[in-house]
Design a protein around this ligand. Structure first.
Ligand code: COA
Ligand code: AMP
Length: 630
């Protein structure tokens, strides 16, 4: 069946459609209903069913004869390591780690925070939690202690897993001191931490609380897979909201397993045994879905890459990995390709490698500019597919589904809605707008399996954030339009979220940090266009009256403060002092107008602006830090 028929069927008969897809998963107990719609706006997929996600990702492939096939290849140019784990080996390692986690008192439904770098043990930790029904919450290593503490306080884990360090190109980043600082800051105290010592940095352990990973695993009995309800939570993944409090996106077991297995075959067009590589980080949703769960659920070989697109050691790093491991499908963010293009615009490094096994490149995480897409197509001579999704959905909302039918590529558009998603463009009154007109991109409920079921212990915030704009609709937070071929064009966010190097950041949380500085009266953070990272945060601060300290010193303190409180991943390097911020008469800061000024785009002072003269002051201030220049 081609794309159009599949799409139509998915919306006309969702229960039939997803019930059939669920046959690709092993169930301990079949579901009572494919879709439980008895408590709208909360919808549950495969209610009454029981399964184990780890069994589906590992054990069943061993039972089916794939035991000797590589399940996970760890390729780490930063440590000079390549290691391969077969499905049999990975199953064994995960079962032992699950036993170790259980020996530390973790039971079904308990939360386990995982704060780890890109090493195989991180994927094993996630699968080990899934094996015993514990709920994992992975926190990206580039976040600072305070961000980690916020997540620990929300998830209330019984156990935190960490490693002694991460490695960023040549820098060794000790993780344990960050975790110690987070545990000091957090009100919730986990019973234990389990610490993997890496040779690049030894972590000091606190007796009684911190447990050595290797010895704990060596003493543990392997744990069997525990069947859980399809509707039980598999993981919580925190993502930026518009405030400093991140949103804990909850993903369930059943819908997640079914949707990801379906997406591997139908969106990415891969088969069991194929090598699939998502060059991202397990701390992001891309890493959850397409480094760990998706490829393993589908019986593929997944690559876990501890390196960068450039500098580890050169802009040929990605091509080497593709060639060395026979990668069939690759997935990364456009920013990675911009980084490569900047260092190797003619593609000299591409020519050094045999990329004949590569069938397609998928890009997501931020809007893909046509230049980057066209360059990647020219270099690789394979379809380059932009697809659009978000932490909340866990898998693609719009894509060119290669496994169904390859549709023509239009650079700048992630193609059409993926089966399961009824995507429409609505105006502020909730009416559908004509093709070509920009509006809020919304999805009609119910969302398909695998998408968020709620926010962790906060149904009210889930409803308020996503389901309240118009009854019966999910608000994606993105704005865009649909063209006459039903292609979607995702243009911008409607809220204060920005996207830096494919990483989603909240300007609101950065503003809170800037405002906490003793000399700052008021702060605004905007996302300014950046050639490499797409967008970078730029701060504008108003100092308290009477402050006469050196402005440069204050600015340097503000840059350090964001690094310390949010993390290096914020890429916050630019800040400027202004006398006042532009506001509407009701006091709303005009961030959108300031962003246009920074990007030298045409802008209009809204009729409600308090004092239009202020915009030229902002323009002059931004010029001093390299923005607002034509
Ligand atoms: N642990 C600790 N620090 C981290 C980190 C981690 N896991 N990940 C990033 N950082 C640090 C970086 O070292 C950098 O620190 P610096 O300010 O001291 O240089 C900072 O956070 C910003 O990182 P990043 O935005 O990644 O910038 P970069 O300049 O190091 O690299 C790219 C730029 C484009 C090469 C890089 O962003 C990249 O490879 N992106 C790939 C896309 C991707 O993974 N997207 C995720 C969603 S698909
Ligand atoms: P995250 O939750 O971190 O994956 O970020 C999701 C957000 O990134 C989306 O809501 C979009 O704003 C943006 N995004 C992701 N993929 C794309 C894409 N292909 N095109 C445009 N924007 C994208």
């Amino acid at each position: 069946m081609g794309y159009s028929d599949t799409y139509r069927r998915s919306l006309e008969d969702p229960e039939g459609f997803w019930g059939e897809a669920a046959k690709d998963i092993d169930w301990n107990k079949p579901w009572d209903r494919v879709l439980d719609d008895s408590h709208p706006p909360f919808y549950r997929w495969f209610a009454g069913g029981e399964l184990n996600t780890c069994h589906n990702a590992l054990d069943r492939h061993v039972a089916a004869g794939r035991g000797a096939q590589p399940a996970l290849i760890y390729d780490s140019p930063v440590t000079g390591t390549v290691a391969s784990f077969t499905y049999a080996e990975l199953t064994d390692r995960v079962a032992r780690l699950a036993g170790a986690i259980r020996s530390l008192g973790v039971e079904k439904g308990d939360r386990v925070v995982i704060y780890m770098p890109m090493i195989p043990e991180t994927a094993m930790a996630m699968l080990a939690c899934a094996r015993i029904g514990a709920i994992h919450s992975v926190v990206f290593g580039g976040f600072a202690a305070k961000e980690l503490a916020t997540r620990i306080d929300d998830a209330k884990p019984r156990l935190v897993l960490t490693a002694s360090c991460g490695i960023e190109v040549k820098k060794v980043i000790p993780y344990k001191p960050l975790l110690d600082a987070a545990l000091d800051l957090a009100s919730h105290k986990p019973d234990h931490t389990l610490v993997l010592q890496r040779p690049q940095a030894e972590a000091a352990l606190t007796a009684g609380r911190d447990v050595d990973w290797e010895s704990c695993v060596a003493e543990a009995e392997p744990a069997a897979c525990m069947p859980v309800a399809a509707t039980d939570p598999l993981y919580i993944l925190y993502t930026s909201g518009t405030t400093g409090q991140p949103k804990g996106v909850v993903r369930d077991h059943g819908g997640h397993a079914v949707a990801l297995a379906w997406s591997m075959k139908n969106v990415y067009g891969v088969n069991p045994g194929d090598v699939y590589w998502a060059a991202s980080d397990v701390g992001w949703v891309v890493g959850h879905s397409y480094i760990v769960y998706g490829p393993l659920l589908a019986g593929c070989t997944t690559i876990l890459y501890e390196g960068k697109p450039v500098g580890t050691p050169d802009p040929g790093a990605f091509w080497r990995v593709i060639a060395d491991h026979d990668v069939a499908v690759m997935f990364t963010a456009p920013t990675a390709f911009r980084a490569i293009k900047r260092e190797d615009p003619r593609g000299d490094y591409v020519k050094k490698y045999d990329l004949s096994k590569l069938k397609a490149l998928f890009l997501a995480g931020e809007r893909c500019d046509p230049d980057t897409l066209n360059w990647a197509e020219k270099m690789l001579s394979v379809p380059v597919i932009d697809h659009w999704w978000q932490t909340e959905t866990g898998w693609a909302i719009a894509a060119n589904c290669l496994g169904l039918e390859q549709l023509p590529v239009k650079a700048g558009s992630p193609t059409r809605a993926v089966p399961g998603y009824d995507v429409r463009i609505l105006d502020t009154d909730g009416n559908e707008v004509p093709d070509g007109e920009i509006g809020s991109i919304m999805i009609r409920l119910p969302l398909p399996p695998g998408t968020l079921t709620t926010l962790w212990q906060n149904d009210a915030r889930y409803v308020e954030s996503y389901l309240s704009a118009h009854e019966g609709w999910y608000l994606t937070g993105d704005a865009g339009y649909r063209d006459s071929d039903a292609y979607l064009w995702v243009m911008s966010r409607i809220d204060d979220i920005i996207n830096t190097a494919g990483h989603r950041l909240s300007t609101g949380s950065m503003e809170e940090v800037l405002a906490s500085h003793a000399d700052v009266a008021e702060a605004a953070v905007i996302g300014a266009a950046d050639d490499l990272k797409g967008e970078v945060p730029v701060g504008l601060v108003v100092l308290k009256s009477g402050v006469d300290r050196d402005e440069e010193t204050i600015k340097a303190e503000l840059v350090s403060l964001i690094r310390e409180k949010v993390g290096p991943v914020a890429s916050f390097k630019k800040v400027v002092v202004v006398d006042r911020l532009p506001k509407t008469r009701s006091g709303k800061v005009l961030r959108g107008v300031m962003r246009n000024i920074a990007d030298s785009k045409p802008y209009k002072a809204p009729a409600t602006i308090d004092d239009p003269k202020i915009l030229s002051e902002i323009e002059d201030a931004l010029k001093t830090i390299g923005y607002a220049e034509p």
